[in-house]
Design a protein around this ligand. Structure first.
Ligand code: GLN
Length: 212
């Protein structure tokens, strides 16, 4: 019997789930919505979409997903969080609700709504600063920041893969620590697929049943 192909889970409790599904669909990467602990069975990676981290935190708890997800990530399940998703991954969250939980698997401090309230949401560009996104000569990525978190500290051992704006002087906006990838913006809302392709590659390198 052939083994089932690798599947990437998309946490589907709130937020821009469909946009992530579409982005992976363009790359030929199959996805499954994750709403309950059973949905984690057999996954080869998981994505935390943008949305509202306070709400996501409550729903991850009430759905019974927090502990099983935490365990799978601690065991090495690759994970990719965008905007609210990176807040769920961060070790330290400033400006969160007192009861807000995060998985604490990405050694950084993020400040919720760190660029300001909704009227300071913006579309711009981010500059690759590491080879994973094509190196420093690579074209900037378009980026949509919606009440985005601001990364205010990055732990040792965490790679900064891109910075906000043109050039290398902006705030870190894409972080990676091994199998944990986070972006403070929404790559799923633009047509540039470099970040989804990078995550697909991270999943593939862990999983010999990946067909893409
Ligand atoms: N400000 C939101 C939060 O704290 C994140 C916004 C987003 O994901 N677009 O969760």
């Amino acid at each position: 019997m052939s083994e089932p192909t690798a599947i990437v889970g998309v946490l589907a409790l709130q937020g821009d789930v469909r946009e992530h599904e579409a982005a992976f669909g363009e790359l030929g990467v199959p996805t499954r919505r994750v709403r309950r602990p059973e949905d984690l069975d057999g996954l080869s990676g998981v994505v935390f979409p943008g949305g509202e981290s306070t709400t996501l935190s409550l729903l991850v708890d009430s759905s019974g997903l927090f502990d099983p997800l935490h365990k799978r990530i601690a065991e090495g399940l690759p994970v990719f969080g965008t905007c609210a998703g990176i807040i769920l991954l961060a070790r330290q969250v400033e400006g969160g609700r007192a009861d807000q939980r995060s998985f604490g698997v990405l050694d950084c401090t993020v400040r919720r709504n760190g660029y300001g309230p909704q009227r300071f949401s913006f579309e711009g560009e981010v500059t690759p600063t590491g080879p994973e996104l094509g190196g420093e000569d690579a074209a900037p990525l378009p980026a949509v920041f919606i009440r985005a978190p601001l990364v205010v500290a990055v732990g040792e051992g965490v790679d900064v893969l891109a910075r906000e704006g043109r050039g290398t002087g902006g705030a870190p906006v894409v972080l990676r620590d091994g199998k944990v990838l986070g972006a403070t913006f929404h790559p799923e809302l633009t047509t540039d697929r470099r970040l989804h392709a990078l995550f697909a590659q991270m999943v593939k390198s862990e999983c010999r049943t990946a067909l893409w």
